[in-house]
Design a protein around this ligand. Structure first.
Ligand code: SF4
Length: 206
């Protein structure tokens, strides 16, 4: 991590540059959020602001202990009232690669589309959640699974997303740490992708 990084334009408006992760140095799960909030930019460390607080709350509700997780950012400087651009995500990947190699997680949780793009060079959490995505070849860890989930920002717009995110988190945790807790649900045959997705949403929401 470099507090003097100038690899992309985001360093220009940031109060603090290249804000790193938080939690255990090594953990079974690395939770990758998109980028620092304004509060985190001012404080110079991860952990301030409502998105982080809600993420931690949901992790606890899903059964994660503090020793199970490390949290970090896909892009380490706070952008000025916009999402990070593709070039900025690319520029910052170097730090994420380094953190993944130090944390040595059993799985990565990609929180939202910016994180999914940084980790897997793809987007579309809506269609990809519930299954592991293939990690970008630059990480050099082809077997490491990346599990996309919705961003906590969705909960502030639509509170029902909270239950979906917690259930996704619970399934990811249990499939690695307590596979016996995964309930077997027999899925019917579907006539189209839309029907399949509607059925899946119902399982999470009931
Ligand atoms: S966002 Fe990442 S690559 Fe860009 S200046 Fe900040 S630390 Fe460097």
């Amino acid at each position: 991590m470099s507090s003097t990084c100038t690899k992309c334009p985001l360093h220009v408006g940031a109060t603090n540059v290249c804000i790193g992760g938080r939690g255990k140095a090594q953990a079974p799960f690395l939770v990758v959020m998109d980028r620092p909030s304004i509060d985190e930019d001012v404080a110079g460390r991860m952990g301030s602001g409502r998105y982080y607080a809600l993420m931690v709350e949901m992790l606890k509700e899903a059964g994660y202990a503090g020793s199970d997780v490390r949290l970090t950012f896909a892009v380490r400087c706070c952008p000025p009232k916009r999402s990070p651009e593709a070039e900025e995500i690319e520029a910052c990947r170097e730090y994420l690669i380094s953190e993944v190699s130090q944390v040595r997680p059993r799985a990565i949780i990609a929180v939202g589309d910016v994180s999914l793009r940084a980790l897997c060079h793809t987007s579309g959490v809506q269609s990809k959640r519930g299954l592991p995505a293939v990690i970008h070849e630059e990480f050099g860890l082809p077997e490491l699974e990346v599990w996309p989930i919705y961003s906590p920002s969705m909960v502030f717009k639509t509170p029902n997303y909270r239950g979906v995110i917690v259930e996704d988190l619970r399934r990811i945790r249990n499939s690695f740490l307590e596979p016996e807790k995964i309930a077997w649900i027999e899925a019917p045959l579907f006539c189209c992708e839309h029907a399949a997705r509607a059925w899946m949403e119902k399982q999470f929401n009931d």
